[in-house]
Design a binder for this molecule. Structure first.
Ligand code: PLP
Length: 467
């Protein structure tokens, strides 16, 4: 499709500005531009059609099934958007007089109280703008804790190989050496590997739970006990909280700090890349190290983002918590787990689960057998799904499963959608045998087929330049 600049017709307008009713004042010459701004000139119809066309080029939860593993692409209730759009929230300015921000503070305090209750933590910051940013903040808490005790020899963070990819990246960003430990054949942390990795140089452990293969670690209490015994702290990657919220609490499992993705679990649309909120909760002994918020008056704290972070994301999360309540939150988690298991069962006999057992909110299929027999890869299946109106599952991790498809259906899909998705997946499985060639260059009916991913990564063209 054409860019909005290419659709521009000189002189075309759609604005009707009211007559100026205040005295005009000339800008100083030094502040005036010498040429006219290069803005597209269009009618309102042109603009409306342009954005509608753009909107039809993408796939979102409002278009169809979006089982992108580890991303929790659930439907976000409209009431959350309505609350976040209230002018009292959208118009409040972080530098406004403190007295006028009492409502904002109340939202933050209430959301903090509920989320601390859900996670079993004592304090929380909403500053981080994303999950990875929350991890970074959380691991800095761990670092400050050891530093404050003068414990300088703790230079290593242990990360199981079933962790989300951001975990080792975070530990490295915080200046730690990453110690990768293997999972056992059951997809859980191998306790012997953990024991061998622990020592007086262990700063902590980062655990994604349920992990990226959709498994809740059965040894979780033993894991946190061992880490604490070695003098390390335990970090819980809670981006997968959708599987356990309202049912078990990371704080009760022995974790010292956690981040949540409010934009996954607590209803902020996030397919477009933001804004998000990686709320970080911690136990009381770590609260002195939490980032300084502009609303608080303490000095000398780390600050990871300006002001209170993405405040409107917290408004959505609080609305979500209030509408679902004490009963609805655990019910959402149970339905997320039920849906994942339902879909996994529906695919049984055709696709091979990477770990053949009851899963949590997501599961991983292992397509290495299909690839060996037909030459059709997990990528080919993922790309073929696009033509069928289904967003591809996650497939570039977990790293421990080759030819992986990681599906997370979420609780907001009904059984008809899951039945239909299972049917499409089985149909594609059969197509891999009947017509593998057709799958190597799928999708066939989309605006973009297969972009050159290496070129896109090495030589990204991020800005359109007028010819
Ligand atoms: C999504 C996710 C993250 C990272 O969150 P972002 O908001 O994308 O930075 C970290 N860990 C897990 C398990 C995730 O699913």
């Amino acid at each position: 499709m054409k860019l909005i600049f290419e659709k521009s017709v000189p002189g075309r307008r759609c604005t009707i500005l009211p007559a100026c009713d205040v005295e005009t004042a000339a800008l100083p010459e030094s502040l005036r531009r010498s040429d006219k701004p290069d803005l597209p000139q269009l009618s309102e119809t042109d603009i409306s059609r342009h954005y509608t066309e753009l909107c039809h080029q993408v796939h979102g939860v409002n278009c169809g099934f979006y089982p992108l593993g580890s991303c929790t692409m659930k439907y976000n209730p409209r009431i959350d958007e309505e609350m976040a759009a209230l002018p009292g929230f959208t118009n409040c300015h972080p530098l406004a007089p403190r007295e006028s921000l009492a409502g904002m503070r109340h939202v933050l305090d209430t959301a903090r109280e509920y989320l601390c209750e859900i996670t079993g933590m004592d304090g929380m910051t909403f500053q981080p703008a994303a999950g990875a940013h929350g991890e970074f903040t959380g691991v800095l808490l761990i670092k400050q804790y050891h530093d404050a005790r003068g414990d300088k020899k703790r230079t290593k963070i242990i990360v199981p190989d079933s962790a989300h990819g951001t975990n080792p990246a975070t530990a490295a960003m915080c200046g730690y050496e990453v110690v990768n430990i293997a999972s056992g054949p059951d997809g859980c942390v191998d306790l012997e590997s953990l024991k061998a990795a622990l020592g007086d140089d262990t700063a902590g452990l980062m655990l994604t739970n349920p992990n990226t293969v959709g498994i809740f670690d059965k040894n979780i209490l033993e894991i946190t006990r061992l880490v604490h015994e070695a003098g390390g702290l335990c970090y819980y990657d809670g981006a997968n909280l959708n599987a356990v919220m309202g049912i078990v609490r990371p704080g009760d499992m022995g974790f010292d700090c956690i981040h949540m993705n409010l934009h996954k679990t607590f209803a902020t649309p996030h397919g477009g890349g933001g804004p998000g909120a990686g709320a970080v909760g911690c136990k009381a002994f770590l609260t002195p190290y939490l980032p300084h918020s502009a609303l608080a008056e303490e000095e000398g704290h780390i600050q990871v983002r300006s002001f209170m972070g993405n405040f409107l994301v917290v408004v959505r999360a609080l609305t979500y918590l209030l509408t679902l309540g004490r009963q609805g939150i655990p019910e959402a988690a149970q339905n997320a787990v039920l849906n994942a298991n339902y879909l996994q069962e529906k695919l049984r006999g055709t696709f091979q689960p990477a770990y053949d057992r009851i899963c949590m909110h997501e599961f991983v299929l292992d397509l290495s057998g299909l690839k060996k027999e037909t030459g059709v890869s997990a990528l080919d299946v993922a790309k073929s799904l696009i033509d069928e109106g289904i967003h591809p599952p996650t497939m570039y991790f977990p790293l421990i499963v080759h030819e992986a498809l990681m599906l997370e259906p979420t609780e907001t899909e009904g059984p008809e959608v899951l039945d239909q998705a299972a049917e499409v997946l089985r149909m594609l499985y059969q197509r891999a045998y009947d017509d593998p060639e057709a799958m190597h260059d799928a999708p066939h009916h989309m605006p973009i087929g297969r972009p050159d991913e290496v070129k896109a990564a090495r030589h990204p063209v991020l800005r359109w330049k007028r010819a």
